[in-house]
Design a protein around this ligand. Structure first.
Ligand code: HEC
Length: 425
């Protein structure tokens, strides 16, 4: 069986298999008596959890490969680990079960702290594990059947705020395209923060591009939106994401003549840079037994008073037919604090889907369930979100706080959760 898929949006996770680790040992050792070294204890953690992003040419600002780098950063590393800031995995452990979960156990956090406190000793360098090797920037699923990309590299200015650029790929095919795999190769990882592939059945992107006409391909939007309501999405890329096929018998159906809009979130590097990101699609000639569909659960009633610290919003939705769910992706903007979603089945049981209790707009992750979830007809899906519009929220874009309502700009707010599913019949 093919592995379960990345269906939509981005999921962060390590790209190599996890071996045996120091995780999950009970914390019964006397702190002072426990001696930890880089070779024995720390290198395995950094190699497994951090260096996918913290290595040359990747998104993180410095490398954590090798003893010298690890030693230099031991203080910061133990601090961000203790706070749960790194690795950037936002779903609360134990509420829902996911593939590629990248988080540190309490014991691993303790090891990083002890190591720093003990002066970051190296230990026996002959016992240091080999640095993991990574695939280069080639396709991980083999050559794709179609590649979506801009015609020319996009030139990004050196300085300034983040930029959302949307590249329109015209699709003049007269038959549907059945997409059963996607692999995204960011062109320049110094500036590409994340990528989402949207579908545009109404050719709105073409119009927006023609209207802007600023001398480069594509058009700019002021936040996570693409400037219109997309007719679908094929998925995305964020650091750590690998190419995936959809589950057996399933595929996305791209209707004839539907354009693709590649949205790239750029983060200027301080120097002028260029990027030409490629989206590889794997397709089948035959229509799938079960087309993958997306459920966009919105609540447009977002209206957050200035200064409100705990603004709560909820949406309940009854699933009208037997279905199978594969992924879930919460989405809010800067005031979002938490989002939680679960199922209430007709037999009275509940099933957790996802709980992000420390929302960070910078890490738009799509969570892939460890096992697809069977959802009987009549199941209720509940989504709850909390927003913080007080002056004490460091991410509040307004100073002093102002009333914030639904909108596409990053300084507006959203309440959105996207499920990817197939209908059983
Ligand atoms: C999915 C990619 C990714 C992984 C995995 C990851 N990091 Fe990071 N890290 C980043 C990025 C990107 C930044 C830059 C800050 C930002 O954009 O949030 C960063 C920043 C940092 C910083 C600087 C924080 C600051 O406040 O300046 C530290 C320290 C750090 N990471 C340590 C770690 C450690 C330790 C691990 C593993 C336990 C890890 N990271 C795993 C991507 C990653």
């Amino acid at each position: 069986m093919k592995s379960v898929t990345l269906l939509l949006g981005a999921t962060a996770g390590a790209v190599f298999a996890f071996g045996a680790t120091t995780a999950n040992h009970p914390l019964k050792v006397d702190r002072k008596a426990r001696k930890v070294t880089y070779a024995k204890d720390v290198a395995p953690i950094l190699n497994e959890r951090c260096v996918t992003c913290h290595r040359p040419g990747e998104v993180a600002p410095f490398s954590l490969i090798g003893y010298e780098n690890a030693r230099k950063w031991s203080g910061m590393t133990s601090a961000v680990a203790a706070k749960g800031v790194m690795p950037p995995w936002k779903a609360v452990h134990g509420f829902g079960e996911f593939r590629d979960e990248n988080r540190l156990s309490d014991d691993q956090k303790e090891i990083l702290k002890l190591w720093h406190d003990q002066g970051a000793p190296r230990g026996d360098r002959k016992k240091e594990p080999a640095t993991p090797t990574f695939a280069g920037n080639e396709w991980t699923l083999g050559a794709p059947d179609m590649v979506l990309q801009s015609e020319k590299p996009f030139k990004l200015r050196a300085e300034g705020t983040d930029l959302y650029r949307n590249f329109v790929v015209h699709n003049d095919s007269t038959t549907p395209i059945y997409v059963n795999g996607i692999d995204i190769r960011p062109g320049n990882k110094k500036i590409v923060h994340h990528v989402i592939t949207f579908l545009d059945g109404g050719h709105n992107g073409r119009r927006l591009e023609a209207k802007l006409a600023d001398g480069q391909e594509g058009y700019t939007t002021s936040g996570g939106g693409v400037g219109f309501n997309p007719t679908g999405s094929l998925g995305g890329w964020a650091p750590g994401v690998r190419g995936r096929h959809t589950p057996d018998g399933t595929a996305f159906v791209v209707p004839a003549g539907t354009d693709f809009v590649l949205q790239i979130h750029y983060h200027p590097s301080g120097k002028p840079e260029e990027d030409q990101t490629k989206v590889g699609l794997y397709t089948s000639k035959e229509p799938p037994q079960k087309p993958i569909q997306l459920m966009w659960i919105f609540n447009f009633k977002v209206d957050i008073p200035a200064g409100e610290k705990e603004y709560k919003l909820r949406r309940e939705f009854t699933i009208p037919a037997d279905a199978t769910m594969y992924t879930v992706m919460p989405h809010m903007h800067l005031l979002g604090k938490s989002m939680k979603s679960w199922l209430e089945l007709p037999d009275g049981t509940t099933k957790p889907l996802v709980y992000v209790d420390d929302w960070d707009f910078n890490w738009q992750l799509n969570y892939v369930f460890k096992e697809p979830i069977h959802v009987p007809k009549g199941t209720k899906q509940i989504v709850e979100a909390v927003y913080d519009n007080s002056a004490t929220n460091p991410r509040n874009p307004n100073n002093p706080p102002q009333r914030v309502t639904w909108g596409e700009a990053t300084t507006d707010e959203m309440f959105l959760l996207i499920d990817a599913y197939t209908l059983d019949k």
